[in-house]
Ligand binder design. Sequence first.
Ligand code: DP6
Length: 419
Amino acid sequence: MAAEKWVYMVTAQTPTNIAVIKYWGKRDEVRILPVNDSISVTLDPDHLCTVTTVAVSPSFDRDRMWLNGKEISLSGSRYQNCLREIRSRGGDVEDKEKGVKIEKKDWERLNLHIASHNNFPTAAGLASSAAGFACLVFSLAKLMNVEEDPSQLSAIARQGSGSACRSLFGGFVKWKMGSKDDGSDSVAVQLADEKHWDDLVIIIAVVSSRQKETSSTSGMRESVETSLLLQHRAKEVVPKRIVQMEEAIKNRDFASFTQLSCTDSNQFHAVCLDTSPPIFYMNDTSHRIISLVEKWNRSEGTPQVAYTFDAGPNAVLIARNRKVAVQLLQGLLYYFPPKSDTDMKSYVVGDNSILKEAGLDGENSVENLQPPPEIRDNIGSQDQKGEVSYFICTRPGRGPVVLPDQTQALLDPETGLPK
Ligand code: DP6
């Protein structure tokens, strides 16, 4: 390879995901191997995603990465493991027009530039590491002409962050824990694509929190070390739930889907309480949202909305269809109205066309909302403005894609530096 000055790059977009049967606990901390299977729904990347541009050039003197515009260190073992694994699988690449010719063996010594951006605030406590590591691995696989299928790539993304392996697919995804010590069978597989159950509407309440949360990584380590409930959950409870959840998804059985999602979320938070010292991820607002949904589901006779909470206070609410989502949003906005200086379009983001359907796009529309009759007076009054920072409306979405439009690249095609 001559000392040319070309920059060769690829840009990709990867979704985030929300687990409905949770991953909590590792049996191998380095390879990131879980103590149980988990199942997730991929969220529509139009509303929540990571975009990553990866570039290679003989002129780069070291690997570098920028996250949301700021340079970050790649020295951590999770980044190093992902980079090593993907480099070892690189293939030959040729782009005659650009004068690019890379041979398989060159990937070991060529340096990379990586720029990554989340289309949602990292501080919101939404699973940014899942989309981030999935996007890193997916975009590098495309750049390096890696022939591995998405499941094999998921085993690499898993070594960046466990939940990232599920973001290699759209729709409904299972992460099989596997049994091999080297982790080669701990991979994600798609259960159904995003069109399989496209009635579902997902509303995320980003709950305000002053508290610095325990990270998932250290929280689950402490649970593995101290919680007996975690052992019981991993051995006895989750294996049965996984079978039932797969069946519920296959049959689009919303009642079972809701029952399993809610009880699994609650058991995960019970494991956190059973950890010593206990970990509190949900707060009063999270509990109020659970009450609202539970009361509504009970009053309807059949479940209308499922809830699930990750390692933080944000509620992820899954409505059985658009009509229910409209009613849900009305109820949520009644109990959790925006502060007076917040406009509706920035309070309900993502697919905010739902606002119009809910009759909430006009002035004073929130003030005119009536309390949902079935749950009136049951979950406290609407006096606490600002408990919810904002809502994101979304739906099950597609898996990773390459963005061929060069204008979406985050690195300059001449210099390989952030634009
Ligand atoms: C509660 O994947 O963030 O969101 O593997 O240590 O990076 P690491 O943890 P992470 O844990 C996610 C935990 C969870 C449940 C889930 O997504 O299944």
